[in-house]
Design a protein around this ligand. Structure first.
Ligand code: BGC
Length: 511
């Protein structure tokens, strides 16, 4: 079980902000985001009060999957700037007290990467073994984006393996030289001064070729990805990565583990492994379900998982639409939750102003590879255009990837002041950063928890349902009111639990 002593690491007291570089801020007027744009927003981020940023890939790439298909790990794509811009960004962020972690994609490279060009060119190439080549398709594995995971390559006269698009070729992590190259890439960025990495789909690393001997089960036409991830040898690979990164004191290693099973997620975190891992069980819930949130908080406590807290990212719909139905009160309540529950918050760019999902209304709006492929697949299967579009729209990840509209910061309905104030309160209250939970309770639409650090005890009351709060209005640090003036959320110093009678379906006296 994590205890309070453990949480002395900087990252456990950091509020991160995910910057999806292509759509965060345009610094050169070409209509898309870039590193100069990020630099220009550092004063804003500092004022907001965040203390870490996660930069999504900005490396040279054909951008089939918006940069998650890297063709050069040691440079910046000209569309996003230069290495000098990156160094400037790092320097400015550090001066502003903001740490920077980079997204690192070690599971696959672009098919434009020189390693792959070399690898396919000849069976005798020293790079042949960098990827996974087979004479025949060895198993039924499907890719997560576009059908069969095995693609025939004319030049090599063999099939190669890709867990994502066929333009994202999986590296062979049982090849010693691949591991050495990846270690050097990590050192390249560590030497430049980055504070850590977010390791993309890291439990998918192919560490065991013998797994190709097993077909994945298919249930009701849907493949269960069993043998193509969490392979034998994966922990050794992660230990090696961890050794490289942690040889640099104070660096942070966060993993994207594509699993719902907390026990499995937890197995990747600890001494000599990852420092933390995303838990999608809470973050990607489809509907705002307060009972489910309370259950997940309790489960993470019981499993001894130190949570990552987020409801939005570049891979899912914005929670302002998905969970709040564009209701500002709910969005503010969720902001209180993200910044006061136990764990490391990861805010997604623009949620504080609050940005809405990009409309995806016709096939022309499908830009994401997952959506586009879904559309083409359904058409090829003989579906009509509308049915194909509806299918593709569900799979598309375009929604949260629209350019952030910074004008929204000035709008009356902007939540930015709420986020700023909450971040400020968090900074000056150790119980909210390092505290253990006291009680966690839920009743209908009401969620209540206490955070406790030494003598400081803070109670958080969040009323997502129709009722309003009737908690004694004393020692209040923050409140959320709805448009009728009813109190819907309270953050207060707690003497005793005020749970009894905290919740009323009647209008409260403050009305
Ligand atoms: C990233 C996605 C990307 C995928 C393949 C994910 O987890 O967040 O955006 O498409 O990895 O690299």
């Amino acid at each position: 079980m994590y205890n309070s002593m453990k949480r002395s690491s900087w990252y456990e007291n950091t509020v991160f902000y995910e910057i999806y570089v292509p759509s965060f801020c345009d610094g050169n007027g070409d209509g898309t985001g870039d590193l100069k744009g990020v630099i220009s927003r550092i004063p804003y981020l500092r004022r907001l009060g965040i203390s870490g940023i996660w930069l999504t890939p900005f490396y040279p790439s054909p951008r089939v999957d918006n940069g998650y298909d890297i063709s050069d790990y040691r440079d910046v794509d000209p569309a996003f700037g230069t290495l000098a811009d990156f160094d400037m960004l790092l320097q400015k962020a550090h001066q502003a007290g903001i740490r920077v972690i980079l997204d690192m994609v070690l599971n696959h490279t672009s098919d434009h990467h020189p390693w792959f060009r070399e690898s396919r060119s000849s069976a005798h190439s020293p790079y042949r073994d960098y990827y996974l080549w087979e004479k025949e398709i060895p198993c039924n594995w499907e890719s997560f984006f576009d059908g069969n995971a095995w693609e025939y390559d004319d030049t090599a006269g063999m099939y190669y393996y890709h867990a994502f698009s066929k333009k994202q070729v999986c590296l062979n992590w049982s090849c010693l030289q691949v591991r050495r190259e990846c270690a050097e890439i990590l050192r390249f960025w560590l030497d430049r001064g980055v504070d850590g990495f977010r390791l993309d789909v890291i439990n998918f690393l192919k560490t065991d070729r013998s797994a190709f001997g097993f077909d994945n089960p298919v249930e009701n036409g849907v493949m269960r990805h069993i043998y193509d991830k969490n392979q034998k040898g994966i922990y050794d690979a992660i230990k090696e990565i961890s050794n490289v990164v942690h040889a640099y004191p104070g660096k942070y290693l966060l993993g994207e583990i594509g699993e719902d099973d907390l026990y499995l997620i937890k197995s990747y975190v600890g001494e000599g492994l990852l420092d933390s891992a995303f838990q999608f069980n809470l973050g990607s819930m489809e509907k705002l379900d307060v009972a489910y949130v309370a259950e997940q908080l309790r489960r993470m406590e019981a499993e001894g998982v130190y949570p990552t807290l987020f409801f939005s990212s570049h891979d899912m719909r914005r929670h302002f639409n998905r969970l709040c139905g564009k209701d500002l009160v709910k969005a503010e309540l969720l902001a209180v939750f993200l910044l006061t529950a136990k764990g490391i918050p990861f805010l997604y760019q623009g949620e504080e102003i609050p940005m809405e999902d990009l409309p995806v209304e016709s096939p022309r709006d499908l830009r994401d590879i997952q959506g586009r492929y879904g559309y083409e697949k359904k058409l090829a299967e003989g579906e009509g255009e509308e049915a194909a579009f509806l299918y593709a729209r569900e799979r598309s990840r375009d929604y949260a990837r629209g350019m952030v509209d910074w004008e929204r910061e000035k709008y009356e309905d902007s939540l930015v002041c709420a986020y700023r104030k909450l971040l400020d309160i968090r900074k000056s209250h150790l119980s909210l950063c390092m505290g253990e939970y006291g009680e966690i309770r839920q009743q209908g639409g009401l969620l209540y928890y206490q955070r406790i650090w030494e003598k400081e005890k803070i109670g958080v009351y969040l009323c997502f349902g129709e009722g309003s709060l009737t908690v004694p209005y004393t020692d209040v640090l923050y409140e959320v009111k709805d448009e009728k003036g009813r109190i819907r959320g309270i953050l207060r110093y707690e003497q005793e639990s005020s749970w009894c009678g905290a919740y009323s379906l009647e209008p409260s006296s403050s009305e």
